[in-house]
Design a protein around this ligand. Sequence first.
Ligand code: PBG
Length: 440
Amino acid sequence: MASGVLNSPGLAGVGVADLQRYVGLKHSSGVALCFPRNAKASRLRRGLIVSIAGDKQNESIKKLGLSDAECEAAVVAGNAPEAPPVPPKPAAPVGTPVVSSLPLSRRPRRNRRSPALRAAFQETSLSPANFVYPLFIHEGEEDTPIGAMPGCYRLGWRHGLVEEVAKARDVGVNSIVLFPKVPDGLKSPTGDEAYNDNGLVPRTIRLLKDRYPDLVIYTDVALDPYSSDGHDGIVREDGVIMNDETVHQLCKQAVSQARAGADVVSPSDMMDGRVGAIRAALDAEGFQHVSIMSYTAKYASSFYGPFREALDSNPRFGDKKTYQMNPANYREALVETREDEAEGADILLVKPGLPYLDIIRLLRDNSPLPIAAYQVSGEYSMIKAGGVLKMIDEERVMMESLMCLRRGGADIILTYFALQAARVLCGEKSKLRTRLLLND
Ligand code: PBG
């Protein structure tokens, strides 16, 4: 027997026939809707109970009940059956001021007064399907903890990584993005290791695709993990990051990743014109089906600190301000959006996430393309640190921050919390899940 509690006081006076309209059930041979006649008042106060009963119960109803005509006749004759009284008004604490009620035509709290109402009117949802899990990989066999990112590791590409992907898939996270820690000996000023078909990233993609053909693999397109200068592009003698020459390298990198089986290549370098160039390069090699997620609005942010420690990719000198955007700028994100759209980007990304919610909203309102938000390493580490120090409730702040990114307009979220948050959503901690789902 399936049953459910309808919690709406508005339904309290609704009869069987009306109720069918509300719950969308029809009378048919084996299905009956009934109100338990002898339910306790406390139960009834919580709401009606709708049951879909089997034949057995159907028969017992027939035996028990008066006919509809008899019931109606009794009511018409003034003999309405008993129902529990409306409960008395709950008392306010002694000392509560007695005031006349405010003349409000709108009291928004009405729609928030119970978990069920809050759940009904919740505007934004969060699902493991929205997450992309960034994973750090290295050549080693062991997993090496990343000091500045508690809970994150440089994963051995053949062991730890494969296990981590399996765990993520178990809770519905089927998209990952790979970030390699490249041995210093392979770094160079022109970052040529970036397009070595047998380099760490292409090798790892092939391994993962072999194990999990339906895994969605995003890759990072930028030279910094491969650059002896730690910059996303080629650095000229005078410190200038060379744009078009870098784009040439990025195209080779993207094609090499696509050849290995990448589903989505993601230029994070912020060179001008790289999306169009990469699109053309992919198409020329027969990779029309490979998507481009462009880091459209990537800011020169201090929130990337822990990431650079993770990959040992701090710029050797200077900063990234001549290519990444000025955190003070808003309209400029629209310039980047127009270019990326015109050049054929499939997904537009904003980075960092939470401090840049206005930019996420700007892109959402100005482009029909899917929007990605990157909750970056610094955002992750702040929440972890606050949790470890018991200054905040890590799990709740984690879930709230992700929900806020969705509310801000992000379709997908790149987050180091992907596995942890998906576990919460999948009910491994079912109490919290209920509270979150019901906003209780
Ligand atoms: C580099 C890259 C960076 C991140 C992703 N890709 C760092 C940077 O631009 O210096 C940062 C991600 C994070 O902080 O979590 N192409």
